[in-house]
Ligand binder design. Structure first.
Ligand code: FMN
Length: 135
């Protein structure tokens, strides 16, 4: 499949098998995300790979659109860091998400974008929050 065919073939997939995505595939998805364009090349994203069932279930609880994660063996949370880039953060992260979805299609993995931003009810803080600073 060439690249345009991959783009045309991509569809949102909302039902999953429990087959685990390999580390090699995860690396491919993250590489695609990290190679997205970003305003002033600020790359204001963090990618959180979540395979732990308890954590996925917690996301389902706090994210109204998260129900489709019920059968998913893993999720990638794309976090926009407003300390790195303000105005363009959401756009930059959207480009990263789309790259990840296209890479998933190329890897013959089913995937779906779950919208959190910019709905206020999904952005508000629930429970204690800790700011973790990467060294
Ligand atoms: C910003 C954004 C947020 C989305 N959020 C959700 C979501 O929360 N749940 C969902 O099932 N699909 C979500 N989608 C997927 C769209 O519903 C889907 O892309 C659209 O219906 C077109 O279908 P396709 O992806 O199969 O081409 C989202 C897509 C985008 C771009």
């Amino acid at each position: 499949m060439n690249f345009i065919e991959t783009i045309a073939a991509r569809r949102s997939i909302r039902v999953f098998t429990d087959e685990m995505v390999t580390d090699e595939q995860i690396k491919t998805l993250l590489t695609a995300g990290m190679n997205a364009p970003s305003a002033r090349n600020m790359q204001p994203w963090h990618f959180m790979v979540i395979k732990d069932r308890k954590t996925i279930n917690r996301i389902i609880e706090i994210c109204p659109n998260g129900a489709l994660l019920k059968g998913a063996p893993m999720a990638i949370l794309v976090l926009g860091d407003l300390h790195i880039s303000g105005d363009y953060c959401a756009l930059d992260c959207s480009a990263a998400v789309e790259n990840i979805l296209l890479a998933a299609q190329a890897e013959e993995l089913g995937a779906c974008w779950i919208g959190v931003y910019p709905r206020p009810e999904t952005r508000e803080t629930r429970g204690p929050q800790k700011i973790v600073q990467a060294a």
